[in-house]
Design a protein around this ligand. Structure first.
Ligand SMILES: *[C@@H]1O[C@H](CO)[C@@H](O)[C@H](O)[C@H]1NC(C)=O
Ligand SMILES: *[C@@H]1O[C@H](CO)[C@@H](O)[C@H](O)[C@H]1NC(C)=O
Ligand SMILES: *[C@@H]1O[C@H](CO)[C@@H](O)[C@H](O)[C@H]1NC(C)=O
Ligand SMILES: *[C@@H]1O[C@H](CO)[C@@H](O)[C@H](O)[C@H]1NC(C)=O
Ligand SMILES: *[C@@H]1O[C@H](CO)[C@@H](O)[C@H](O)[C@H]1NC(C)=O
Ligand SMILES: *[C@@H]1O[C@H](CO)[C@@H](O)[C@H](O)[C@H]1NC(C)=O
Ligand SMILES: *[C@@H]1O[C@H](CO)[C@@H](O)[C@H](O)[C@H]1NC(C)=O
Ligand SMILES: *[C@@H]1O[C@H](CO)[C@@H](O)[C@H](O)[C@H]1NC(C)=O
Ligand SMILES: *[C@@H]1O[C@H](CO)[C@@H](O)[C@H](O)[C@H]1NC(C)=O
Ligand SMILES: *[C@@H]1O[C@H](CO)[C@@H](O)[C@H](O)[C@H]1NC(C)=O
Length: 872
């Protein structure tokens, strides 16, 4: 196996300050597509804020561990070797059961009696920190109740560079501030509930196509390496790692590195990304786990900052591992320094102790991902250990109510010319497959890999089984019957003559449900390899809307989708009296939309992305065909920070509905902006050095001490162990290149254990970067008056123009959601931190507040900026 490590630097070319406006076009591909080496891998800081107690407990625990135990803790036991989607080896001697890493960001994947929550993107549309936190807390509670130790979410990569990208819905928004708040509130919720969160995928994981070589071959492209996301340093800071900084600051216990390459170095062995950005600059104290099969090397990934190999085998079910026995050998033969394996174990245990007091009392893992059967083999791949593997523990509590509330409060009322809210309509006609049930049941397609019936989540590993799914048809019919309305529904998009006959009748209020789906790259739905192949509605949806609205003057359209769809052909038809985006609402879908349509919940969702008129109007797009022969497809993020609304603003394009847009059944007026400057003082770069790398405990170098203990343990087929098969190191490693020394194949400083200088932009003891970046520089207040006749929630948005020629027109920096009674005025209060006002200076390698005049705006969307003031 060829070793792939970070290529040597060319990046200083990017360091030119005061870059010209079109810098990205001037750089040639080489400049953008190499990743500098950053070594050694930072070791934990015992004084890090929020981690001290966890560190002390972890140090005590790790000090008692043997080398085999440390390797066990860092290496997954193999695909389907145990119950969860990933597990590491247990430490029976110290009473720690095997830790369970399990999907997913919207609920527990593949189990039963769990809730199916709204997607990340949907909860982002609430613009409500409290609801994001409560969703995280509920997911964390459910995970804990099933015996899951690390839940594999939330998601900030993809952030949503391209609207067609398959997994955008798992994350929050293409705006880094909204995503950052989504990350931190979710993480706090999950971890307060007693489960470790995992911020993923670090970083630049923006599309499904070509993320894995084998997968790409499956759809006909014979590439030898995965896609490289080529991201310049400024864009990396101002956009892609911004929300990860918030995640680290929120104390996230783990981070998952990504499948694709970053500047032509694999995400899980990219020393610039993991050692440099994540651990050095952001001061991340938890552990980095690989995405499943995203690890491609042993010692090289270890020194580049990977801490846990998932699911542990080189590829699914090879029975071989880059770590396991290889890591044991690599520590014994000095390739991987002892402090590095100690630091891996320390980071894992510190994350553990951050959410648990002790190793005892953990909920046993009481479900199996691989089957819903009560009894079966606990070692699924090996078909070994037949026993009760599913205990069917109901962990849902009252989460259905929260899901209904989020679904309603996330719904974005894009258009309303007066037909909403509904008040006992005489005749309600509900049209479209998306209003009804999947005829084969809501869980009939594996990992939701189909688009049958109403769409309430996308497909892939980011899914959960529905405990039930309330369809719009069921909920609206129940409401209609209660009101004495006449009710009929046609739950197909293709019954054209019957639909015409129905909606052409007198007194009809027609509600048309349409959708667009996407998901993860290992499932192909109707020719969509994860990423959407187009931005239009699925299953004839546009024709359905156009037809119904040509026959019925009161047509209301509800969209369930994974992101924007093109509304261009029909949105301004006057017969279309209302348009709503309901996202992916989860199990209570029908109840949530009924609450909004009937005004039981006054809509307050805001679009977390832009609705462009054409696909091209978004700028960046998915790369669908390899562009580098059989080599790694190259995706240059040449638009820099200009994605979504920043791109539309830069291009002066009109949009159908802008980022942040959403209507209410009441009206609001904005007045009286005030700006108060705080005395934050000048920025002081961090200085000094770390302590030298500590090691904990010692180990024998006699290979006899490491051979598989066959007298104590039964060997399980394909299972990954820390043990050696033989005392012959070369044979035990089964590595044809065995014997190369660290000096021969690892980069300089990879094994250095001496004190290291702290980066000026780093936080010292404060995770998330230099703490002064979070100093409040300005407090902005404004008065918001409810000028309508009913109570409503207004999402007040704070935007800033940083003023430079290369800065976006405006960027979102804060928001607040205010509940205001009719006739009343409430005060919005938002803040601007130093980071909010800074640009990343590539030469200085730090954040700098430029001298350009900065303007703050308080408004109701990215293009309705009611109030403004110059920052002095
Ligand atoms: C490693 O983990 C396996 C599986 O959980 C366990 O059987 C074994 O005892 C562990 N080994 C050590 C040295 O703790
Ligand atoms: C050790 O890693 C190499 C790749 O570096 C792999 O070929 C080999 O099979 C691994 N050995 C074991 C025992 O898993
Ligand atoms: C469900 O979806 C699959 C795949 O998209 C499709 O082939 C099938 O016809 C659908 N089944 C029903 C009952 O709608
Ligand atoms: C129902 O339709 C008829 C015919 O257009 C009209 O006269 C009547 O006012 C309508 N009633 C309601 C409640 O909309
Ligand atoms: C876009 O893709 C969807 C899903 O595959 C498909 O139903 C639809 O027909 C496509 N739209 C166009 C205009 O081809
Ligand atoms: C609106 O609906 C009426 C039927 O009530 C139809 O005659 C008219 O053509 C429709 N208008 C548009 C723009 O589709
Ligand atoms: C956008 O409009 C501004 C102000 O009218 C103008 O200066 C700028 O050149 C325009 N940009 C583009 C890309 O058309
Ligand atoms: C180690 O030994 C087990 C049991 O004999 C065997 O199944 C496995 O393939 C061996 N692994 C390697 C890397 O030789
Ligand atoms: C040390 O072990 C690792 C992992 O098996 C192997 O790749 C490397 O070649 C070995 N180095 C030496 C000097 O034996
Ligand atoms: C802003 O202007 C002052 C005074 O001219 C200068 O010292 C400082 O370096 C400038 N700051 C930046 C970020 O350019």
């Amino acid at each position: 196996m060829q070793l792939r490590i970070a290529a040597y630097w060319l990046l200083p070319v990017l360091a030119a300050r005061a870059a010209p406006a079109n810098i990205y076009n001037q750089l040639n591909k080489r400049d953008l597509s190499t990743s500098p080496p950053v070594y050694p891998s930072p070791w934990m800081n015992p004084e890090a804020d929020g981690w001290k107690e966890a560190y002390a407990k972890a140090r005590d625990f790790v000090s008692q561990m043997t080398l085999l135990e440390k390797v066990n803790l860092t290496t997954g036991v193999g695909w389907a070797a145990e119950q969860c989607v990933g597990q590491v080896g247990a430490i029976p001697r110290l009473g720690l059961r095997s830790l369970c890493m399990h999907d997913a960001p919207l609920g527990i994947r593949g189990s039963d009696y769990n809730a199916a929550f709204p997607s990340g993107q949907t909860v982002a549309a609430t613009f409500d920190r409290g609801l994001i936190y409560r969703r995280g807390y509920a997911i964390g509670q459910e995970a804990k109740g099933k015996g899951i130790d690390v839940i594999l979410g939330p998601v900030a990569g993809p952030i949503g560079r391209m609207p067609a990208a398959g997994r955008n819905w798992e994350g929050f928004s293409p705006d880094p501030v909204l995503t950052g708040i989504g990350m931190s509130e979710s993480i706090k919720g999950i971890q307060d509930a007693g489960t470790i969160a995992c911020a993923k995928h670090f970083v630049g994981n923006e599309q499904e196509h070509f993320r894995q070589v084998g997968e790409a071959r499956g759809y006909g492209f014979n590439i030898s390496e995965t896609l490289s996301s080529n991201i310049d340093d400024k864009t990396m800071h101002e956009l892609y790692i911004w929300p990860f900084a918030d995640a680290v600051r929120a104390g996230v216990g783990s981070v998952m590195c990504s499948y694709q390459q970053i500047n032509n170095s694999y995400g899980c062995q990219n020393s610039k990304a993991l050692n440099g950005l994540l651990k050095d600059e952001l001061g991340f104290q938890g552990f980095v786990m690989s995405d499943w099969q995203a690890q491609h090397t042993g010692a090289a990934s270890a020194v580049a900052g990977l801490d846990m190999s998932m699911p542990g085998d080189t590829e699914f079910n090879t029975g071989l591992s880059f770590w396991g026995a290889n890591l044991t050998l690599a520590v014994l033969n000095g390739t991987v320094p002892a402090y590095r394996i100690d630091d891996m174990a320390l980071r894992i245990m510190a994350a553990f102790f951050k959410v648990h007091k002790t190793v005892d009392g953990l909920e046993p893992i009481n479900f199996s991902f691989w089957t819903l059967d009560t009894y079966g083999p606990i070692h699924w791949a090996a078909n070994k250990g037949y026993q009760q593997i599913n205990h069917h523990v109901d962990v849902r509590a009252d989460h259905g109510n929260l899901i209904r509330e989020i679904g309603a409060k996330a719904t974005v009322l894009l258009k309303n010319t007066g037909s909403l809210p509904l008040k006992k309509p005489k005749f309600l006609a509900v049209i479209g497959e998306d209003a009804g049930a999947n005829p084969n049941g809501p869980n009939s397609c594996a990992d939701r890999g189909c688009d049958n019936g109403t769409l309430a989540m996308g497909w892939g590993s980011g899914t959960a089984n529905f405990p039930y799914l309330v369809t719009p048809d069921a909920a609206l019919q129940a409401q209609a019957l209660q009101d004495g309305s006449r009710y009929e529904s046609i739950l197909t998009n293709y019954a054209t003559s019957q639909t015409k006959a129905l909606v052409s009748q007198a007194n009809v209020t027609a509600v048309v449900f349409v959708n667009a789906d996407s998901g993860e790259g290992y499932i192909n739905v109707d020719g969509n390899m994860g990423d959407r192949k187009n931005l239009t509605l699925w299953k004839n949806g546009d024709s359905l809307v156009k037809n119904v609205s040509s026959w019925c003057p009161n047509t209301i359209v509800v969209i369930h989708s994974v992101g924007p769809v093109l509304l261009t052909e029909w949105y301004d038809n006057p017969n279309i009296t209302a348009i709503l985006w309901a996202g992916l609402p989860g199990q209570e879908s029908g109840n949530s939309i009924t609450d909004v349509l009937y005004g039981k919940v006054n809509p307050s969702g805001r679009s977390p992305f832009t609705w462009g008129a054409t696909r091209e109007s978004y700028g960046a797009d998915v790369l669908y065909t390899p562009n580098n022969g059989n080599g790694a497809p190259q995706q240059d993020f040449s638009e820099g920070v200009f994605i979504d609304y920043r791109y539309f603003d830069k291009a002066n394009s009109t949009v159908i509905y802008e980022f942040g847009h959403g209507l209410s059944y009441t009206t609001f007026e904005y007045s009286n902006i005030r700006v108060e400057k705080s005395n934050a003082g000048p920025y002081r770069p961090t200085t000094g050095t770390t302590a030298p790398a500590p090691t904990f405990g010692n180990f024998s170098t006699d290979l006899n001490d490491y051979v598989f203990p066959s007298d104590e343990l039964e060997y399980i087929y394909q299972y990954i162990y820390p043990y050696l098969n033989t005392t012959d190191a070369k044979n035990a490693s089964a590595d044809p290149y065995y014997g190369k020394t660290a000096e021969e194949f690892l980069p300089p400083h990879a094994t250095d254990d001496t004190p290291q200088p702290l980066l000026r932009s780093s936080g010292g003891n404060s995770p998330g970067g230099n703490p002064q970046l979070y100093d409040i520089m300005y407090t902005i207040t404004a008065d918001i008056t409810n000028t309508g006749s009913i109570v409503g929630d207004e999402v007040v948005q704070l935007y800033v123009s940083l003023g430079g020629p290369n800065d976006p027109k405006v960027v979102l920096r804060d928001f607040g959601k205010l509940r205001i009674e009719p006739g009343q005025t409430a005060q919005f209060r938002g803040t601007l931190t130093r980071r909010d006002l800074s640009n990343w200076d590539t030469g200085l390698q730090d954040w700098v507040v430029s001298n350009y005049t900065k303007t703050v705006y308080v408004g109701r969307s990215s293009r309705k900026l009611d109030l403004s003031a110059v920052l002095l």
